[in-house]
Design a protein around this ligand. Structure first.
Ligand code: DC
Length: 221
């Protein structure tokens, strides 16, 4: 069977990760969360003590930060210099640091290479900000998943709470808006819908409805 890529882009909190996990399970393929690579690198940068907005400082330590991905029972594990950091990269501090450092060209080059290598020989559903536009422009299936900002903040708050992380709702809305602005306005590979991506606004949709919409559009030979 020919391998294929399903690319899902969209802003923070639209529910890409959970929907992708469900679709991956249904189709028996792996889910690659590219945001996790930016998060892992951001953790590495914070540990190196560099200013994540300073291109020169960030670029100078990139070779010291080794990132690898493993899949165990379908779950994506992230390693930073050999340490499993999967459970350490979901805080708000890391979200902001990942968004800030992801505007830097050398960061994107390093991580896009890793993402392409990871999905080289297997069928995968890949989510992020630039998957359909830059990482896999030839992906067989492309979607752009979005939702109203406050609804996205609500979903993020619920997700964080499930991990035992409490947060202020208005602060979360402000952080999401700030991240959207940065992700959509950076000069390199900004978040935008690929021309050939199917737009799904899931503000009033359940997770199951989104999953079914995706599955209906994907016709695997
Ligand atoms: O999807 P996420 O919230 O885990 O992503 C964290 C940050 O990483 C996001 O704000 C921007 C950056 N990112 C990116 O620039 N390109 C991607 N393909 C995925 C994430």
């Amino acid at each position: 069977m020919k391998t294929y890529i399903i690319a899902i882009d969209g802003p923070a909190g639209a529910g890409k990760s959970t929907v992708c996990s469900d679709v991956a399970k249904e189709l028996g393929i792996l889910h690659l969360d590219t945001g996790a690579t930016y998060r892992t690198l951001a953790l590495g940068l914070l540990r190196e003590g560099v200013d994540v907005t300073n291109e020169k400082e960030v670029t100078s330590v990139l070779d010291k930060i080794e990132i690898s991905i493993d899949f165990v029972g379908g779950k994506q594990l992230m390693y930073l210099n050999g340490e499993d950091v999967t459970s350490l990269i979901r805080t708000n501090e890391i979200s902001q640091a990942a968004s800030a450092s992801s505007v830097i060209g050398s960061v994107r080059e390093k991580l896009v290479q890793l993402q392409r290598d990871t999905a080289k020989k297997l069928s995968m559903i890949v989510d992020g900000r630039d998957v359909g536009t830059c990482v896999f422009p030839d992906a067989q299936y492309k979607f752009y998943l979005t939702a109203d900002t406050r609804e996205r903040a609500r979903r993020r708050a619920k997700q964080l709470l499930e991990q035992g992380i409490e947060c202020d709702f208005d602060e979360l809305v402000a952080e999401i808006e700030e991240r959207d602005h940065r992700d959509m306005n950076r000069p390199i590979s900004p978040l935008r819908r690929a021309e050939d991506a199917i737009l799904i606004d899931c503000t009033d949709m359940t997770q199951q409805e989104v999953v079914q919409t995706l599955l209906r559009s994907v016709k695997v030979e």
